[in-house]
Design a protein around this ligand. Structure first.
Ligand SMILES: [Zn+2]
Ligand SMILES: [Zn+2]
Length: 203
């Protein structure tokens, strides 16, 4: 997100003065978690520890995807969205984006591997279990499967990661121990945009 901020509230010569005094205020973001590096383009290249926002884009340039999930849904805030799948007593939640242009599959989230619980509280037994079959999300309005997607990731920062992990995990991996991941989607066919499609706390 970029915000234009005028340094003077009332320029005397509006157009010219405003042009000179406009400062492009950019918002730095936390680094992209490792597993999203080849498929998420951040809104801003500057890096700090603020939440990351970016667009899902395949290395081929494609931005339309079939979004795959384990098939179980629930209603949240009057909208049907994917939920954690319970399969034979185990819980799974993962999302894949299948590029409509080149067919490449991008794993956007698997809670057994990504985020705080997936990395820091990693469960070998659960993560070794085969992943459940996935199905393509269908737009609740038109039934189409092609979507564009935006991702937001938030974490607690490097210092917190180092102190919470007692230095047992390389400190440069702090972005991989994120605490929250959100996926917002838009139907490529009809433009329908669920309020929040996936909002996953990972700690
Ligand atoms: Zn592609
Ligand atoms: Zn649609």
């Amino acid at each position: 997100m970029k915000v234009f901020r005028a340094s003077a509230p009332f320029p005397r010569e509006p157009a010219a003065e405003l042009f000179r005094s406009l400062t492009l205020v950019t918002h730095a973001m936390m680094p992209i978690p490792t597993h999203l590096k080849d498929c998420v383009v951040p809104d801003d290249a500057a890096v700090d520890e603020s939440p990351l926002a970016g667009t899902v884009r395949c290395p081929c340039g494609g931005e339309r995807f079939d979004l795959l999930f384990p098939g179980q849904t629930h209603e949240w805030d009057k909208e049907v969205i994917p939920c954690t799948a319970e399969i034979e007593g185990r819980f799974f939640f993962l999302i894949r984006a299948l590029c409509k242009k080149c067919g490449k599959s991008h794993l956007l989230l698997d809670i057994d591997f990504h985020g705080w619980n997936g990395l820091v509280c990693h469960n070998e037994e659960q993560s070794a279990h085969p992943r459940p079959p996935l199905v393509a999300w269908k737009c609740v309005n038109c039934g189409g499967s092609a979507h564009t997607a935006r991702i937001e990731v938030a974490g607690e920062g490097k210092e917190d990661f180092i102190s919470e992990t007692d230095g047992e995990i390389d400190e440069d991996r702090w972005p991989d121990g994120f605490g929250w991941l959100t996926i917002n989607i838009k139907c490529a066919g009809c433009g329908h945009t669920p309020k929040t499609w996936v909002s996953c706390e990972t700690m």
